[in-house]
Design a protein around this ligand. Structure first.
Ligand SMILES: [Zn+2]
Ligand SMILES: [Zn+2]
Length: 225
C-alpha cells in the first residue's frame, strides 16, 4: 500500500538502532564441523556450540584466543553507539576485541584510530560472506603498509595479509545502512580461512594501482606482442 507522502523516507534517528542487537549466534551449527543441532556450549563464553567433545577440543586451539576476552568485554560498551570489532595486530599472535563508534548511517566514525599512520585513502575495505555464519563480514586494512603493496605476515590472523586488519560484522538484510553488529568469537575461524585462501590464491591478481611508472624495459615485457 502506498503511504501518505510524509510516510515516505523515514529519517534515521539514533533510536532506530537501539537497543543493541545481538543476533550473531542464533545458529545451532557446530563451530568446528558445522553439523546442525549442536547443543554443547563452551562453558567459558557460552558463545559457541559443538556437536561433540572431540570437536570442542579440536576447536580450542583457535577459540582459546578469544574465549575469555569475549567474556571480559561483556559489560564494557563505552556508549550505545559503540559496536564490538576484532582487531588483528601484525606482531602478536592474539587478536583483540575493540569498540568502534558508529554514525547513524552505519559508517564507523573512528576507524582511523586503528591505523594511526595510514592516510585515510589507503585504508581499504572489503566484504565477504561465510555460508555458516548468519552475518556478513567486512574487513578493513592498510593497503599500502610501509608504502609497499605487498602481503606480509599478520601473526594474529596466522597468514599473510597487509598490515593490521579490523573485522566488523553486518546484518545481511540491512547491510551497511545500519551500524555493525557486535562481533563475537565465531568470526575468527571464517576470517582465518579467508586469509588462507587469499594467501594460497595464485590466479589473476587485481592490481589496485601501479606502484611506479614502468620503465620502457618493463613495459615491453608487459605488452610483449
Ligand atoms: Zn562438530
Ligand atoms: Zn568459549
Amino acid at each position: 500500500m502506498a503511504g501518505a507522502p510524509q510516510d515516505f523516507g523515514q529519517p534515521y534517528v539514533l533510536e532506530d538502532f537501539l537497543p543493541v542487537e545481538q543476533p550473531t549466534t542464533s545458529t545451532l551449527l557446530c563451530a568446528m564441523c558445522h553439523k546442525e543441532s549442536s547443543r554443547q556450549r563452551c562453558s567459558g563464553c557460552k558463545n559457541v556450540k559443538y556437536c561433540s567433545t572431540d570437536c570442542q577440543s579440536s576447536h580450542w586451539a583457535t577459540h582459546k584466543l578469544l574465549c575469555k576476552a569475549f567474556v571480559d568485554t561483556q559489560d564494557t560498551r563505552p556508549s550505545p553507539k559503540s559496536r564490538r570489532a576484532l582487531y588483528f595486530p601484525t606482531d602478536v599472535a592474539r587478536p583483540r576485541f575493540i569498540w568502534l563508534e558508529y554514525n547513524i548511517d552505519g559508517a564507523p566514525l573512528d576507524m582511523q584510530k586503528c591505523f594511526p599512520t595510514t592516510p585515510k585513502e589507503e585504508i581499504k575495505t572489503i566484504g565477504f560472506y561465510d555460508r555458516y555464519l548468519p552475518y556478513w563480514i567486512q574487513l578493513s586494512y592498510d593497503s599500502n603498509l610501509h608504502s609497499q603493496r605487498i602481503l606480509s605476515k599478520n601473526m594474529s590472523i596466522g597468514h599473510a595479509f597487509r598490515g593490521p586488519v579490523v573485522a566488523l560484522a553486518y546484518d545481511p538484510e540491512s547491510g551497511l545502512g545500519k551500524p555493525a553488529l557486535d562481533v563475537d568469537t565465531t568470526i575468527l575461524g571464517a576470517l582465518r580461512e579467508y586469509a588462507k585462501l587469499r594467501e594460497e590464491y595464485h590466479g589473476p591478481i587485481f592490481v589496485e594501482q601501479p606502484q611506479h611508472r614502468y620503465s620502457d624495459e618493463e613495459w615491453k615485457k608487459i605488452v610483449r606482442p
